[in-house]
Ligand binder design. Sequence first.
Ligand code: ATP
Length: 302
Amino acid sequence: MSAIEASRLSKRYGRRFAVKDLNFKIGQGEIVGFLGPNGAGKTTTLRMLAGLIRPSQGECRILARPSPSKELREVGTMIEEPSFYPYLTGKGNLNYAAKLHGGVKVSRIDEVLSFVHMENASHKKVKAYSQGMRQRLGLARALLWKPKILLLDEPTNGLDPVGIAEFRESLRQIAKEEGVTILISSHILAEIEKLVSRVLVIERGELLYDGRLADLTRQLGDKTSYRLLATDQGALEKVLSDLGFRAELLNSGYIKVEVSSEQKGFLSGLAHVGIDLIEASRESESLEGAYLRLLKEDGRPV
Ligand code: ATP
């Protein structure tokens, strides 16, 4: 049984689709990254999954039931910046959320506060919290009723690098010990690549990629970049451009060129057209590079 499922899920505002025809299934206990640039449709998708807004077309299922349904009680969310009552303390806010949801043991409140390292600040009013403290309290609130599913929208906004690492560790622990399914959005790959092995990449409301992170580089890894230095860089640039390669003169003086697998023999060919190479080094593409290229190949300048 899938924990989360989207079938032809779409949301239209006016004539414009914010999310269009999304199809994916997330199994129980999976941690999946939801990646895409600003305005891609991540928040809109998460809000539909959380039952906060209705899809224009298609449907989502939570724990195999068409959503919204009572299964949403099994979902913990942190969508957009978490909002709290500023004049209540952190603990007071959690108390209130626990009452609204129902079925939360009193001891659970201290448990989640300690889990997000907020026990010392829990008696301060939320109006005095930093953004990072609100984010932590937001995660604590999302965990109150031991959810089976966590929907997190850019949850590390406002956290410093130590906070981000702690947050990541907390999520890993929840997934491992409690088998919670986590869908976590970000527009920065580096932030979630250490946490997830599968990603959904969305752009302009449409799904561009659904798969393992490692395969993202492999799938796009058909092209390799070389950094070249020749005795005459001008002549090299001209030859490359005449041959139809995408070449770029870097500030360092090197020329960077992208070569596909069928063009691998091109380096030896350069000597035949009078290019005297001093240096040629291969660069393997980073995951971030692959991600950016995926977005670029969709026609969007990044
Ligand atoms: P970010 O990373 O900036 O949070 P996102 O991927 O979460 O972006 P969404 O907030 O889902 O993107 O927005 C997707 C598109 O839908 C955007 O073009 C946005 O302007 C539009 N949109 C979102 N909510 C509404 C709304 N209530 N009314 C009209 N348009 C909306």
